[in-house]
Design a protein around this ligand. Structure first.
Ligand code: NAD
Ligand code: MG
Length: 387
């Protein structure tokens, strides 16, 4: 039997980098959390292994065709659900307290919204939900009582630091960025970067999409948009600062000039643990800062010329409406095209800019409009700059 303090967790995207880290946190916190549901799209072998270990009540194979063809072990077979609908249904199950939203891209939107509507705690890694539909997601969370606690390390830092003052006392949020693998490269070299070069992140080991986003700094652009919605701050109060060590995870400056920062080693298990346990803090399997050896913390302004994606983030944070859905979809396809070799690295931001400029802007779109524009922007980006 679970103890009364045990909370039931669904991990959506459990085979990914965040998903696997979330399972390590659950394994390493001595029965405080139990896995109620797991989901994955590909790598069903790993999903089945995870399910045999954690024995969740529900297992969701979001790629229904692959899921139906997969030889599930007999003891798991009656727990498996298929397709995005199976995931949305699972998000709303009464037994689930916390949903770790760790699917990559706008594929994570529907199940995150389902969990929000069901009033769950959302441990939110899927920043794309807020980029695409931040206004709607926050409004729906307010209506249902869902609690969104960020897993993104920068937003977890802000979430913690911002509690040092009142919302009206916040002057600025400073989001730190490692700068990615090309932070010291000249533009000409960045323009021709290969997938292998873009996938070699200096500080963090993550999924492929976010690793490429870190190299273009589109990840930071998406994070500015994410912060705009999470903390209800206007774009003018959100700044990016390059901090190559990834130890200061972000900072909040208050009206009196005081800056409050959160520090920790670059270990995603820490913000995951925080998002699961909040408002408590638990001991868990996280790395510690080693302050017995000298270490340095550097900060420098980002270079908007070498990293044009940053301007897109500021613009979308300012304009809101349909811009986030369009930028996100264009970027997802641009990253895929870069990885498959049909778009040079140096054209990713330019392609996103072109698609963004071409779309029919609406300031207060419905979910249907956002989904339609997501499909539209994908098609546009597929065609863009093909010879
Ligand atoms: P990943 O590629 O390692 O894992 C993605 C997971 O989503 C996998 O389980 C995969 O099966 C599932 N998935 C993929 N396509 C899907 C689809 N169409 N439908 C349903 N499920 C699908 O990604 P990741 O690095 O773990 O990132 C996950 C999310 O967390 C992203 O939104 C990312 O921006 C965010 N995030 C990641 C990190 C990190 O350290 N990896 C840090 C901060 C934020
Ligand atoms: Mg981040």
């Amino acid at each position: 039997m679970d103890s009364p303090s045990c909370r039931h967790v669904a991990v959506f995207g459990s085979t990914g980098s965040i998903g696997r880290n979330a399972l390590e946190v659950i394994r390493g916190t001595g029965g405080r959390f139990a896995v109620a549901a797991l989901s994955a799209h590909a790598n069903l072998e790993l999903l089945a292994r995870q399910a045999l270990e954690f024995r969740p009540r529900w297992i969701v194979a979001t790629d229904a065709e692959a899921g139906r063809a997969f030889p599930w072990p007999a003891e798991l077979r009656d727990r498996v659900r298929f397709g995005p609908d199976g995931l949305d249904r699972t998000a709303a199950e009464a037994e689930i307290d916390i949903v770790v939203a760790a699917i990559v891209g706008s594929a994570g939107l529907s199940s995150t919204l389902a969990a929000i509507d069901a009033g769950k705690r959302i441990a939110l890694a899927n920043k794309e939900t807020l980029v695409v539909a931040g206004g709607l997601a926050i409004e729906r969370a307010r209506a249902s009582g869902a609690e969104i606690v960020p897993v993104d390390s920068e937003h977890s830092a802000v979430f913690q630091a911002i509690r040092a003052g009142r919302p009206s006392e916040v002057a600025r949020v400073l989001l730190t960025a490692s700068g990615g693998p090309f932070r010291d490269w000249p533009s000409e070299r960045i323009a021709r970067a290969t997938p292998a070069e873009a996938l070699a992140h200096p500080n963090w080991s993550m999924g492929r999409k976010i690793t490429v986003d870190s190299a273009t700094m589109m990840n930071k652009a998406l994070e500015v948009i994410e912060a705009r919605w999470l903390f209800d701050l206007p774009a003018e109060r959100l700044e990016v600062v390059v901090h190559r060590q990834s130890i200061v995870h972000s900072m909040v400056e208050f009206v009196d000039g005081s800056v409050v920062a959160q520090l920790g080693p670059p270990d995603m298990r820490l913000p995951i643990l925080y998002a699961l346990a909040f408002p408590e803090r638990l001991a868990g399997p996280t790395l510690r800062l080693d302050i017995t050896k000298p270490f340095t913390l550097d900060f420098e302004p980002p270079d908007p010329e070498r990293f044009p994606a940053l301007a897109l983030g500021a613009e979308v944070a300012r304009r809101g409406g349909t811009t986030g859905a369009v930028l996100n979809a264009a970027n997802e396809v641009a990253v895929e095209r870069f990885l498959e070799g049909s778009l040079p690295f140096g054209r990713i931001a330019a392609g996103c800019r072109a698609v963004l400029d071409r779309h029919d802007y609406e300031s207060d779109p419905s979910l249907e409009t956002l989904l339609r524009l997501d499909r539209w922007a994908r098609k546009e980006m597929q065609q863009w700059n093909r010879s």
